[in-house]
Design a protein around this ligand. Structure first.
Ligand SMILES: [Cu+2]
Length: 298
């Protein structure tokens, strides 16, 4: 009896794990946008050859709107320097807006720490200076939007699996969607493996507008190509569709099952297989737990 209980527990556990894995993809959270954070940067006035620079090379400072920033300003020499971040784009000469719009340090040396402040200015590229050496000590101050990152696009087929009889054709819609403000021309290409016939994408090039989406129709003919005497063989094929724009490239694969002209293609059952399996697993788990509990009572 004891051995049976252990076996029952084991079976229930395995079934529960199976059910969890089956349900998991639908309950996983989607990725979150980049969030603002607290940052501390340090700028040191240094000598490089005949000129003064910030940190030897005037590095580009990149922050995200909403960030809380602390800036440590210091000098490696005895000459006076003063940092000004020109957030209203009126140049380094106007120091009357220091502390209201522009962010400024006191004169260094000695070193000075600008107390933590929140980046509220619009995303964009600004300039930071030394108000005393503005022709050599200046660099870019970039504010990124907190919600968007790199402009990109996604590719999504209307179906991941297609079926077609020999001598006919199969179609799917390929949808491209702009992400993070992407806009531009995207070129589409497709190939079937193992190779047996060309595919058609109409249109073959899509102009995406920022935030928009557009589609192309993928058609795969299973008619015998004119240079073959035999029709396209029955079996499983993979159709790969690639969308590219500049250095960006994304692809998706649609599986294709070619069946005979008279019978239904293999594996093309119209019954939704996964939900049925899920339901069966669920039922087995319920029965298993019930049997286990009843036995335990005895
Ligand atoms: Cu300076």
């Amino acid at each position: 009896m004891r051995r049976k209980n252990i076996a029952g527990t084991l079976v229930c556990s395995i079934l529960l794990i199976g059910l969890t894995l089956y349900l998991a993809p639908s309950i996983l959270p989607s990725p979150l946008p980049v969030k603002a954070s607290s940052k501390t940067i340090s700028l040191v006035a240094t000598t490089n050859g005949a000129y003064y620079y910030w940190n030897s090379s005037n590095p580009t400072i990149t922050v995200t709107q909403g960030d809380t920033l602390t800036i440590d300003v210091s000098s490696s020499n005895s000459v006076a320097h003063r940092l000004l971040i020109d957030l209203d784009n009126d140049g380094y000469t106007d120091t009357t807006d220091c502390g209201s719009v522009d962010v400024c340090s006191n004169t260094v040396p000695p070193s000075y720490t600008i107390p933590p402040f929140t980046i509220n200015s619009d995303p964009g590229t600004y300039t930071y200076y030394c108000t005393i050496h503005p022709t050599s000590m200046f660099g870019s101050f970039v504010i990124l939007s907190p919600t968007s990152s790199v402009p990109d696009f996604t590719i999504l087929p209307s179906a991941t699996s297609l079926t077609a009889a020999q001598g006919s054709s199969a179609t799917a819609t390929i949808t491209l969607t702009s992400v993070n403000g992407f806009s531009g021309s995207v070129t589409l290409a497709s190939a079937v493996s193992p190779f047996w016939s060309p595919t058609i994408l109409s249109p073959g090039s899509i102009n995406l507008s920022a935030g928009g989406s557009a589609s192309s129709t993928l058609t795969i003919s299973t008619s015998s190509p004119s240079y073959y005497s035999t029709p396209v063989a029955q079996g499983n094929y993979a159709v790969n569709v690639t969308a590219s724009s500049g250095s960006l490239s994304h692809s998706t694969t649609v599986s294709l099952v070619v069946g005979s002209t008279s019978t239904s293609p293999p594996g093309s059952s119209s019954l939704p297989v996964l939900p049925i399996i899920g339901g069966m697993i669920g039922a087995i788990v319920v029965v298993g737990v019930a049997v286990f509990l009843i036995r335990r009572k005895k």
